[in-house]
Design a protein around this ligand. Sequence first.
Ligand SMILES: [Zn+2]
Length: 399
Amino acid sequence: MYERIINEKRLNAVCAIELGRCNRCFGQNIKVDEYGISHCLDCYDYNNITSLDYCLRLERSLSHHNNVLRVGFHLTNEQKRGSQFLVNCYNERKNAFLQAVCGAGKTEMTLELIRQFLDQKKTVGFVIPRVEIIKQVFKRMKSYYPFTSVSCLYGGCSLVMASPFIILTPQQLIKFYREFDLIIIDEVDAFPFKDNLFLERLVNKSKKDDAMLVYMSATISDKYKKMIDNDELAYFLLAKRYHELPLPVPKFIQSDGLINKKVFTIINLLQKEDRGLIIYVSSIKKAKELQKIMSEEGYYVQVITSETEDKNIVLKLFSRRELKILISSTILERGVTFNNVDVIVLQSENKVFNQSSLIQIAGRVGRMGDDGRVIFFASTISKEMIAARMAIMEFNKQL
Ligand SMILES: [Zn+2]
């Protein structure tokens, strides 16, 4: 059901806050003000909601045309196994965890499962944390299911009410109540999902009682390992990328400060070949600082962060090699594919770079079956850096 907040009682509307619980986010962090009105503090960021409001829950009328799946390429044998694993989980009524390295083609492994749900006139939610990636996946899904009403949902765009297949941010799940028969969650082991009880509640609120959940991630935390051990979750590991070449193993180089002579020497060495270079830094402020320093040294660099307005233009310049060095905050850590790039991370001991994000960053290299280098510069080697390198070597052992 699709949920709207209204301020009058109507049929199919429930009081937004009752018995100390918020019906919009299922939270119990309720504050009563001096007028005796209750407010939910957990979902306060989504516009204040009070005990005077109502959640109006409406059954959507869905358009179920012919849900043909058209993929213009063949899945690799590994992808086929991943796809079959998900279908088997569905038949056995089990939730699934699909662990796959960056560049393994996880999205493609879900296509057959999604088709089966759509075929039975069921609803599918594909949850992706980043809007940039939602846009890419949305385009791909529309081409794979040419006759299906696929829609995307993130801040600032409105839902196509008839769509049985919605690609959305985790935050948008709040608008649904017992809606989805299948929810696929991408990057469940990274920000913002990791250890986030609020988002977990939204998943529970928006799924039907007998819904299937599919978690996807490059890494797996103890929480999910335990569920797998207890047989609450079926597990599949896909260690190969689609071109079946190993993941590049990051090299660690000791380096103090943001940038210095040693780093410049290595940048110059890498840039001798006609390759792109992405330099990751921990914050927008540092990205700007680095751009200033490098420009003063005579390098042509551009910055891409969440504040960059014309991201697509910058990305296009970079893929065409009209721009050879790109400085990025963690915004480009997942979901983007470039040919022939090297990657360096500056101050990779910073806590912004955890195991999962470092694996994702390393995964930007060699995605098209090409060669490339990954270098983490750090003043001291962090536990997260070691964990990321170990995980990559572990993946490569499975080849
Ligand atoms: Zn709430």
